[in-house]
Structure formats: structure tokens, C-alpha cells
Design a protein around this ligand. Sequence first.
Ligand SMILES: *Cc1c(COP(=O)(O)O)cnc(C)c1O
Length: 391
Amino acid sequence: MNLVQSPARACFGLAEATIDLGAVTANVRHYRRLLRPGTEIMAVVKANGFGHGAVPIAKAAVEAGATWLGVARADEALELRAAGLTVPILAWLYDASELMWLSDVDVSVATVAELQQVVSAPSVHHVHLKLDTGLHRGGSTPDQWIELTRAAAHYEALGAVKVRGIWSHLSHGDELDATHSRRQLEILRAGVALARRAGLEPSVVHLANSAGALTLDAPDCNLVRIGAGLYGIDELGTGLRPAMRLNTKVAQVRRIRAGEGLSYNHDYITPTDTTVALIPLGYADGIPRPAGTGGGVEEAGRPGAARAGAPAGVLVRGVRMPIRGRIAMDQFVVDAGDIPVEPGEPVTVFGPGDQGEPTAAEWARWAGTIPHEIYTGLGSRVPRRYEEADR
Ligand SMILES: *Cc1c(COP(=O)(O)O)cnc(C)c1O
């Protein structure tokens, strides 16, 4: 089903994000085809599934073959368990005070101090020891690794903890050139060998994220952590499908004379008589303010509107209508020129791009960011609706 295809007025409220769960399952299958046989997939659904809704995305990914779920925080893991998801979940950022809730969730451990907190928690936890192989953001430093693995083996022998995984995170995962990644894999390999020597027998070893999983051949690893790729953020252009479409409808239309200023501070002055349409979404909904005129990103003397490629805009009646003036908290204005748009007409803010609508990747370029931030920034005022995958 495709809402925006219909010339009829859209039947939702002011705005709606539709999430094509079929795209998510297709993206998981895409990975399964490309990965070394036997490699398991951890579907990363942190930050509310990159804004798409953690539970529906997790269910779709598991149905398509993901055997793990990954989240940053404790409450994100608990939401998945409460929704009935039973596959193993790894959480990598939590507070020691939350461990009592996480008996059923694997947790990442990077230092002996963290290990001791886990060991003194009321239940026996599954842990994944994290080695810093070069990102230098978190994880055990290599010089503390032997001490960490020995302490973990000691506590494991006492039955106080179970080391289920060893892992690390790539620093240059989204680059085609895998030189950095290969170096990190070598360090991880050495770390795993040391852990085995200390007596540990991790059942999973994992390093790669979405892009790294496609550029780094890692026979040492049997699990990849796929976030961006699930949602169709196609960093390497391998044919993933964006799952989210953001729809709204024209709120008001008016004719404006040449020489009038539009929106706050009149950053845009109409060069000719024109028709402008009011779009009822703003930066509180995640429409990036820098994509508007005067939003802060300046280029070629013309703020916002003149960056490389198509100007920032939305699709109405099959036509890209450019944003004029500043994006406000709840609304912005587009230029319809002489096209006779009417209030209530469907507007596609972004989607997969196959009907001429902008993609989240384009919005990211207009805003000087990455599509991840466009998706995670989608506000809570925008309801999410799910289109089920065909079975
Ligand atoms: C977010 C995250 C991922 C997923 O990365 P993508 O590039 O979105 O696939 C994997 N691992 C960790 C530790 C993360 O924080």
C-alpha cells in the first residue's frame, strides 16, 4: 500500500511516518546473502530503532533471521523484553544501579571495576568483554586486557559471571578502504587469543557495524551488529531500501507578491509573485533547521537553499517545492510557484526516493549531518504507522 500515490487527501492527522517493515526484512536478507555463511546478525535498535520504533523493527528483523538484538541502554533492552522478544540482547551503556533489572540482558564490560560491579549484582550476568582496538571511545585498553580477561576467567570459574562474547567497534567502518578495519581485526584476534589463554571460551566475537560488515572479511568473527543498514541507510550504495517515509499535508496556501519576506526575520524575499504553501512540521518534529534559509549552514552567499544538488524541499503533486525562509519549531513554508496546490494535499517530506521525493540522505546533506540524525531526530509528535512485511 502506498499512501502518497493516492491523489486523494491523505487520511492521517497533520503528519505521519510510515515504516515499511518489508524493507527492514529485505535489508536483513540482503545482509544474510552477503555475509560469510554462519555469521549471525545482531539487529541494533537503540534510540527507538533509529527513530523507527524499536519493537516493530526488532520483531521484523528477528523474523527475517537476526538472532541477536543490540541496544545502548538498559531501558531500551527492557522495552524489548517487555514486548516479548526472547533472543539474546546486548546493552553497552548502562549504570551499575541498573544491573538488577538486567539479569536477562547481556552487558558489555570494559574494566575490572565494571566487572566487579557485575559480579556483585544479585544475578549471574552474561557479559561481552570490550577491547579498544582503535576507536578510542570505550573498551579496555590493550595494556589492561590481560588483567581483565584473567579476572573474568577467575569469576567465571567461581560461577559469578559468564563471558559470552568478546567485541570491539570499528573507527572507519563506513569507508570502502578497510585498512583501519583490518588493523582493528588483527588487534581483536590477538585479544581473543589472550582471552582463550586465560581460559575464556566466548561463543560470539564481533566487530563490524553495517558498513564494516560489507567491507571487512572477518573470519574471526561470527556476529555483526547491523544498525543503519536495517533502516536502509545505504552508506556503501549496495542496494538497501529506506524503510521510513515521512508524510504530511499542506496546511495553508496563499498568494504572495514579489518583494515580500517569508518566515522569521524575512531571510527570503520573493523575487516574483508566487504561491506559498505552509507545511505543518518544524524543527521540534526533527525537520533540521539548517535546511531552511538562514538556518546556520551558509554556502555561496545564499543560506540554506543553494547547496550542491537539489535545493531543500518537499514533494507535492510530484513536484519538488523548495523551502523558503526559516524553518520554525512547528512549520515551514515552501514555494509552489504557479502550481495550484490546495490545503490538505499530500506532502512527502522524505522517503525511499523512487517517486521523486527527497531521501533522508538528501535532508542530511542539506542540514550538514548524516541520515542517522535525520531519523533519530524525528519527533515524538509524529505518529509511526507500520506497513507489515509480506510473508
Ligand atoms: C550504533 C552501533 C552499531 C550500529 O552501527 P551502524 O553503523 O548503524 O550499523 C554497532 N555497534 C555499536 C557499538 C553501536 O553503538
